[in-house]
Write a protein of this length. Structure first.
Length: 711
C-alpha cells in the first residue's frame, strides 16, 4: 500500500473511512480490495493496537546515521548558517543532518577527499631509498616511460602494487602487455564488475587480433586511445558535444545521470541527442545504437580522471618496486606489520623476486622493516610481541649514540633495565634478536644453574650490577674508580642447540610467523620426492578440480568434536610454507585417521578435489593420511645420483663410496653421469651397494654438490 500511495502511513490506513480510502486510491478496485483486506486482517487481531503504536513510533524516525568516508561540505561561512549539523557517532566531528544528495541539491558544495595508505607507503619507500642509497626521489617526477616498470606490469608481477595486485588483474596484465600509460588507465577502469567482459576484446584490439570498428567516423578522435571501446564518462561527454552539439553543461548533466544511474534524466536527453545528431548529418540508426550502448555503459560508467589518478599512484608503486625492490618491499611490510598473514604473504613475494628477509637483530633492526647494507630486508623490532615502542626506542637510541652492541653482555650493560625488562630479553631471544652474537645460541639463555636460575637472569643481573657500580656516588679511599669495568662476565654454559621445530615454534610465539626457517624444512627430501600439492591449492579448488593431490603440512590446530546427533568428528587446520586450510574428518575417515588429530604433527595427506556423492560443492576428499617422516621408509625404492662428467674426480668417487658404505640400507643405488655440452649421459646401477635414505645421507650429498632423486 505504501508503494501505491507514498504518503499513506499505517496509522492513516487504520483511521480513514472506506470512502476516504477509495478516494485516496483513486477508486482502483484491486488496490482498494487489498487495502481493505489488510485493514480488516489487523483490525480483527489482538495485535492491531500494538501494530499501530509501533508504527507511530517508527514512521518518520531516523533508523541510523551514516558518515561518508571522504565527503566534505564546503561553505563560505560558518556551516551552521546554511545547514543543521550534528556530531558524528563516537566523535566530536560535525556532520550535516542532510543526506548527501539533499545537501547538493540545496546548493552546498560537496567534495570527496580520499585518503589512501598507499601514499604513506610511497613516502616510506622514498625515505628508505634516501637512507640506503642517498638518492632523493620525487614520486611526482618519476618518468612515465620507464622500461623496467612496464616490464614489471607485462610480467604480471604486481603483488604489492596498488589496484593491480589481484590474480585476475595479473593475468590480464600478462595478456595485455601494457606499453603506454593509457593502457594502465584503461585497465584500471575496465577491471570492474560491469566492463570486465570488454577486457578480452580490448586486449585483442591492442595486439591487432581484432578489428577496431567505430560506429561513426567522428568517434575515432575520442575512442582511438581505448581501441574503439567506450571506457570513460569523459568520452561520452566529448562525443555528445561532437556528435549532437551538446553544450558543456548538458554534457556534464549526461555524465552525472550516467554516474548516478538516473534513468529518467537519460530518457529526457535521448530525443535531444537523436534530433541534434540527425541535424548534424549523422545516421539516425547509428545514433540509436550509440545511445543504446551508452545506456548499457551507464551501468558501469567510470570517470577517467579518477582512473588516471589511481593508475598514476599504481605506476609510482610499480616504479619503486621495479627500480628499488628492497626499499619498496620494506615499506610494504612495515605498512602491514599488524597483520601477520599479510606479512607472510609479502615475505614470500620478497623471496620470489630474490630478496632475502632477515629476522630481527638488535644491531640492525629499527622499529619498522628496513634495508641493511647488503640489500636484504631486515625485520622490524616493533613486530616482536613483548617489545613496545619504549624498549625499541631505547635500544635504537643507545645503538646510535654509542655504536653497535658487541655481545649480549655489552647489550645488558648499556640498555636501561627500566625500559628493557625480562620480557624484553626473553622476546628478543625467542625472536632471534641476539643471533648475530655467535658466541651464544638461543638454548644457552635458558640453561638453569644449581639453584634453578636461568642464565638469562644472570645476564640481566650482571647488567644491572654494572650500571649500579657505574652510577654509584660512593667511592672509598682504596677505590680505583673503575670497578664496574672489572666486573667479570658470567661464564656461558654449554648445552645442545634447540631442535628446529622447538626453535621455530618459539619464534612464532613472539613474532607470529616463522622467519629463520620453517618446520617443513626438515622434510624437503620427502616433499620434493613424493608430494605434488600445496595447501594453497585447497583455497583455489575450482582451479584444481579433479586433481589427485599429495599435500605435505603441519597440523597447527586440532579438535575432537561431536555432532548434534552425538556422532564424533574431527577438525584440523593444516599449514605449509604459504597457506593454511581447515579440514573436517567425518565417519569412517575420523575413525581411520583420528590418531593424527594432534597439533604439531607433520602429515602427508592424499586426496582428490571433487564433488562427493550427494553433495553440491567441491571438496578435498581425503583418501589417506600418513606421517611425513615415514614417507621415505614407505615410498623410497631407489636413490638416483646425478653427476656432471666435468666434476668427477677420484676424490669425489671415494667420498661417495665411503658415504654409501656408511649408510647401508634397502634402497637400490643408480648413477647418471652426464655431459651437458655434448648432450650425453650414461646410466649405471650398483649391483652390490644399497643405501639407507636418511637426512644425514642427503645432507652429505649436498655438501659434495651431488644432485639426487628418490623414486
Amino acid at each position: 500500500i505504501a508503494k501505491m500511495v507514498p504518503d499513506l502511513s499505517l496509522k492513516k490506513l487504520f483511521d480513514m473511512s472506506d470512502a476516504e480510502l477509495a478516494e485516496k486510491l483513486r477508486n482502483n478496485q484491486d488496490d482498494l480490495a487489498k487495502a481493505k483486506e489488510l485493514r480488516q486482517l489487523y483490525k480483527g487481531s489482538d495485535l492491531s493496537a500494538a501494530v499501530v503504536r509501533q508504527a507511530q513510533k517508527l514512521e518518520g524516525s531516523v533508523r541510523n546515521t551514516g558518515i561518508h568516508a571522504c565527503g566534505v561540505i564546503i561553505t563560505p561561512d560558518d556551516i551552521t548558517n546554511f545547514v543543521p549539523v550534528a556530531t558524528a557517532k563516537d566523535s566530536e566531528m560535525y556532520c550535516t543532518q542532510y543526506d548527501n544528495s539533499v545537501a547538493e541539491s540545496a546548493g552546498l558544495l560537496k567534495m570527496d577527499f580520499l585518503g589512501l595508505k598507499t601514499l604513506t607507503l610511497i613516502k616510506d619507500a622514498v625515505r628508505n631509498v634516501k637512507q640506503t642509497k642517498g638518492i632523493v626521489l620525487d614520486p611526482d617526477s618519476f618518468p612515465i616511460d620507464d622500461e623496467k616498470t612496464y616490464e614489471l606490469f607485462q610480467r604480471g608481477e604486481t603483488v604489492g602494487i596498488f589496484q593491480y595486485e589481484s590474480t585476475g588483474m595479473q593475468k590480464y596484465m600478462r595478456e595485455l602487455k601494457p606499453t603506454v600509460f593509457a593502457d594502465l588507465i584503461a585497465m584500471n577502469a575496465l577491471y570492474r564488475p560491469g566492463p570486465l567482459e570488454y577486457i578480452p576484446s580490448f586486449i585483442k584490439r591492442k595486439h591487432g587480433e581484432e578489428a577496431i570498428v567505430y560506429d561513426l567516423d567522428d568517434c575515432e578522435e575520442y575512442l582511438k586511445e581505448t581501441y574503439g571501446i567506450t571506457v570513460y564518462q569523459e568520452q561520452v561527454m566529448l562525443l555528445s558535444q561532437k556528435l549532437a552539439g551538446f553544450s558543456k553543461g548538458e554534457a556534464d548533466t549526461l555524465r552525472k545521470a550516467m554516474g548516478k544511474k538516473q534513468k529518467e534524466v537519460l530518457d529526457k536527453m535521448k530525443p535531444l541527442f537523436l534530433e541534434r545528431g540527425a541535424d548534424k548529418g549523422h545516421n539516425i540508426e547509428k545514433l540509436e545504437k550509440i545511445w543504446k550502448d551508452w545506456e548499457a555503459f551507464a551501468l558501469y560508467a567510470f570517470n577517467k580522471s579518477h582512473s588516471t589518478c589511481y593508475a598514476w599512484i599504481a605506476y609510482q608503486t610499480a616504479y619503486l618496486k621495479a627500480n628499488y625492490p628492497a626499499e619498496y618491499m620494506a615499506s610494504v611490510l612495515s605498512n602491514n606489520m599488524n597483520d601477520m598473514k599479510q606479512v607472510t604473504f609479502f615475505m614470500e613475494e620478497c623471496r620470489r623476486i630474490g630478496l632475502a628477509v632477515l629476522g630481527p637483530d638488535v644491531n640492525e633492526s629499527n622499529y619498522f622493516f628496513t634495508v641493511n647494507k647488503e640489500g636484504a630486508v631486515r625485520f622490524g623490532l616493533g613486530a616482536i610481541k613483548g617489545l613496545g615502542s619504549s624498549p625499541v626506542d631505547a635500544i635504537i637510541s643507545e645503538r646510535k649514540e654509542n655504536g653497535p652492541f658487541v655481545s649480549v653482555f655489552d647489550f645488558a650493560k648499556r640498555v636501561n633495565p627500566r625500559n628493557c625488562n625480562r620480557t624484553t630479553f626473553e622476546s628478543l631471544v625467542y625472536g632471534g634478536g641476539f643471533d648475530s652474537f655467535k658466541e651464544m645460541h638461543r638454548a644457552q639463555f635458558f640453561v638453569e644453574d644449581t639453584k634453578g636460575r636461568l642464565f638469562l637472569d644472570s645476564i640481566m643481573r650482571f647488567g644491572a650490577e654494572y650500571q649500579k657500580n657505574l652510577n654509584s656516588p660512593q667511592i672509598d679511599i682504596f677505590s680505583t674508580g673503575d670497578e664496574s669495568s672489572n666486573l667479570p662476565e658470567p661464564v656461558i654454559p654449554k648445552t645442545e642447540e634447540w631442535g628446529t621445530v622447538y626453535r621455530l615454534n618459539k619464534e612464532k610465539e613472539v613474532i607470529g610467523i616463522f622467519i629463520s626457517g620453517h618446520p617443513l624444512d626438515d622434510f624437503k627430501v620427502e616433499i620434493n620426492s613424493f608430494c605434488n600439492g600445496t595447501v594453497e591449492m585447497l583455497n583455489h579448488m575450482p582451479l584444481n578440480r579433479g586433481r589427485d593431490l599429495h599435500i605435505p603440512a603441519i597440523i597447527t590446530e586440532a579438535e575432537h568434536r561431536f555432532t548434534k546427533n552425538g556422532d564424533p568428528f574431527g577438525t584440523l587446520t593444516i599449514e605449509d610454507y604459504h597457506d593454511s586450510y581447515k579440514l573436517f574428518l567425518w565417519r569412517e575417515n575420523y575413525l581411520k585417521f583420528r590418531h593424527f588429530i594432534q597439533p604439531g604433527t607433520f602429515v602427508a595427506i592424499k586426496g582428490k578435489i571433487e564433488i562427493p556423492p550427494r553433495r553440491s560443492e567441491l571438496e578435498f576428499v581425503i583418501h589417506a593420511i600418513e606421517l611425513l617422516q615415514n614417507l621415505k621408509e614407505s615410498k623410497a625404492k631407489s636413490i638416483h645420483l646425478k653427476v656432471s662428467s666435468k666434476t668427477i674426480t677420484h676424490s669425489l668417487v671415494m667420498d661417495i663410496n665411503k658415504l654409501c658404505q656408511s649408510n647401508e640400507g634397502k634402497c637400490s643405488l643408480h648413477f647418471t653421469v652426464f655431459d651437458q655440452l655434448d648432450d650425453l649421459e650414461v646410466r649405471m646401477t650398483s649391483k652390490t651397494i644399497k643405501v639407507n635414505p636418511t637426512n644425514t645421507f642427503f645432507n652429505e650429498l649436498d655438501k659434495l654438490d651431488v644432485t639426487y632423486e628418490i623414486r
